[in-house]
Design a protein around this ligand. Structure first.
Ligand code: AGP
Length: 606
């Protein structure tokens, strides 16, 4: 996610802004910039690349500015470049904005502003903001910002400075975090607390819809109606290192809890009007000519591909083959010009996945990349790109990227189904309505984790754990077992539940923990039998079932329910308890959760 900083006071602003951006580097970014008013004009310094390069350019040069804002950009709309870096300014150069989030309706706004004569310099969604402020400015920056914000749809945390009003910094929070730091004779602004701790521990946590007006002497906070609100001071007790994790003990837990937001961001702007239809980026796909789809990826991304197979075959009625990338690239797959190859990669840099992508292109296939990193190698080499907008994923164990990849698989399957008319409009609409509720239902799960912690505590010293499921639950079982083994080092195996009697059942004995996924109503009775099979051999069963399938309580030792949703969408929710189970188990074993032994976040070698 992007990082925002702001300052107004008596000290020189530029060093404070650069230092603040440095404290936000852990969030991941690809460009940086600052802007400050000097003698009634705005001075902008911004460029692609690391902050150190910008610091080198600015250090040693004295700037008399005592106010300003800064930004580190994690690209979503528009590749990393000097022009796309923030801050962005209006035509007159009087207003500058930095922004974190996604402006869903930036295209119609951009068209309207262009028709009004505004000239744009970048490919970003953000650039509509300074032009809107310019359009509405009548001598009051706060009112112009409020007017501009009232036109926006989507998520945004933003800060604005103006040459004509150098004595204030205006900030707005909507669905992206923003914190005010309260000083003496100076005030601060940041996306995240780490950027403030050097100066103050007294903060205002802005709420959605609030506008903060920072001057040297004070901070005024307005609600959506423009009324001043009395904000409670939040005293930060965290140490700096803790603050990078926003108070969570590990990046992995922070990222598990960021999933509702990642789902909202990944979905934003991709559902057509009145919930009908999927508005995916302009894919250059000849859907009518499609004969077969290949999906290839590694690790967790491969597991997302397995869900993709089930969904695309079920909804779009197209044959799908899923391959581990390191297998795909050596087995001479029957890929041809009528094939579509989908490569999934959070980092966009995994060596095997990149090699598979190049192999597919050698066969003449059309390649769609699904990645979380704008301008990554996968993004650059694929013919089309569908971005997950999960924000930087720092923990080695992939969580929010996985659920965002699942969401892309659903949207892609619905896109194909709509074009191939294999799903009726009403069914399409029902699934889309349920997709829009996933973020809220994910939050519900995250707010009710007690049962998981107790199960994890019981089995923290177990020598092995089994995950069983059928259909989509089997695909999720594979992800659950990978999560557990990669961060807790417990031998975990996932099996198709119907496969137990073909060998695995021999391993089940008294006290062996088995996690049974039973969310698919059509396969529920079969799963009940499988649970009884392992129970009869002494297994201790934790069942994950969808609300309403409470028959399972009669056979399983412990049950975690997930909120009811369309069966095809269950994986997005079912995986969250499995991520938390792995997390609590690893913490209980004293493992290095964010950096597990022998593993890297991005496997850029074969
Ligand atoms: C998942 O938790 C692992 N860190 C690993 O399996 C990962 O999914 C795999 O290396 C693929 O990475 P990518 O998505 O960046 O290509």
């Amino acid at each position: 996610m992007c990082g925002i900083v702001g300052y107004i006071g008596e000290q020189e602003a530029v060093p404070i802004l650069l230092d603040g951006l440095q404290k936000l580097e852990y969030r991941g970014y690809d460009s940086a910039g600052v802007v400050f008013p000097v003698d009634g004009r705005l001075h902008v310094e911004k460029q692609a690349g690391k902050l150190a390069a910008l610091q080198e350019k600015l250090n040693g040069r004295a700037y008399p500015a005592v106010a300003g804002i800064g930004h580190t950009r994690w690209a979503t709309h528009g590749r990393p470049s000097d022009a796309n870096a923030h801050p962005h300014t209006d035509c007159s150069g009087r207003f500058a904005v930095v922004h974190n989030g996604i402006i869903e309706n930036y295209l119609p706004l951009r068209d309207w502003l262009k028709a009004e004569g505004h000239v744009f310099q970048s490919e970003t969604d953000t650039e509509v903001l300074p032009h809107l402020v310019e359009h509405f400015y009548r001598g009051d920056l706060v009112e112009a910002v409020r007017e501009a914000v009232s036109r926006l749809e989507g998520s945004f945390a933003m800060a604005v400075v103006a040459g004509p009003e150098p004595d204030r910094v205006v900030a707005v929070r909507q669905d992206s975090p923003l914190v005010v730091g309260l000083g003496r004779g100076e005030n601060f602004l940041a996306s995240d607390i780490p950027a403030l701790l050097k100066h103050t521990r007294r903060t205002y946590i802005l709420n959605d819809g609030e506008v903060a007006v920072l001057t040297r002497e004070r901070v005024k906070v307005l609600d959506r109606t423009g009324q001043e609100v009395a904000k409670e001071v939040f005293e930060v007790k965290w140490a700096a290192e803790q603050a990078e994790k926003n108070g969570f003990d590990h990046f992995m837990l922070k990222e598990i809890y960021e999933q509702p937001r990642a789902l909202r961001d990944t979905l934003s702007g991709r559902i057509g009007g009145n919930d009908c239809g999927v508005a995916l980026e302009d894919l250059q796909l000849d859907v009518a000519g499609l004969k077969k789809i290949f999906i290839t990826a590694c690790g967790t991304a491969y597991h997302a591909g397995l869900v993709g197979k089930y969904i695309i075959e079920k909804l779009a009625r197209l044959p799908v083959e899923v391959d581990i990338a390191s297998e795909f690239r050596y087995r001479q797959p029957l890929v041809d010009r009528d094939s579509l190859v989908v490569v999934i990669s959070q980092s966009g840099e995994t060596a095997d996945t990149l090699a598979a992508l190049r192999e597919a292109k050698r066969y003449g296939a059309h390649v769609v990349g699904v990645t979380n990193v704008v301008s990554s190698s996968v993004a650059r080499e694929a013919d089309d790109v569908l971005y997950t907008w999960a924000g930087p994923e720092i923990a080695v164990a992939s969580t929010k990227a996985y659920t965002s990849q699942l969401l892309i698989m659903y949207l892609f399957a619905l896109y194909l189904a709509e074009k191939r008319k294999t799903v009726g409009r009403e069914d399409l609409r029902q699934i889309i309505l349920e997709i829009k509720k996933l973020s809220h239902k994910a939050q519900f799960i995250l707010d009710n984790t007690a049962g998981l912690k107790s199960f994890a505590e019981q089995y923290v010293d177990c020598s092995g754990m089994f995950f069983i499921g059928r259909g989509l639950d089997y695909a999720v079982a594979l992800e659950g077992s990978l999560k557990l083994k990669e961060i807790s080092y417990i031998r975990a195996e996932a099996y198709a539940a119907g496969e137990l009697k073909h060998g695995t059942l021999a391993l089940i004995e008294e006290g062996v923990p088995v996690v049974a996924l039973a969310t698919q109503g059509a396969l529920f009775e079969k799963m009940i039998s499988n649970i009884q099979e392992v129970k009869a051999r002494g297994a201790s069963v934790l069942a994950l079932a969808m609300n309403g399938l409470d028959e399972v309580e009669k056979v399983a030792g412990q049950v975690i329910y997930i909120p009811a949703t369309h069966p095809v969408l269950a994986p997005v929710l079912t995986v969250i308890p499995l991520q938390l189970l792995a997390y609590y188990t690893a913490v209980g074993r004293g493992c290095d959760v964010d950096k597990p032994r022998n593993l890297a976040k991005s496997v850029t070698v074969e």
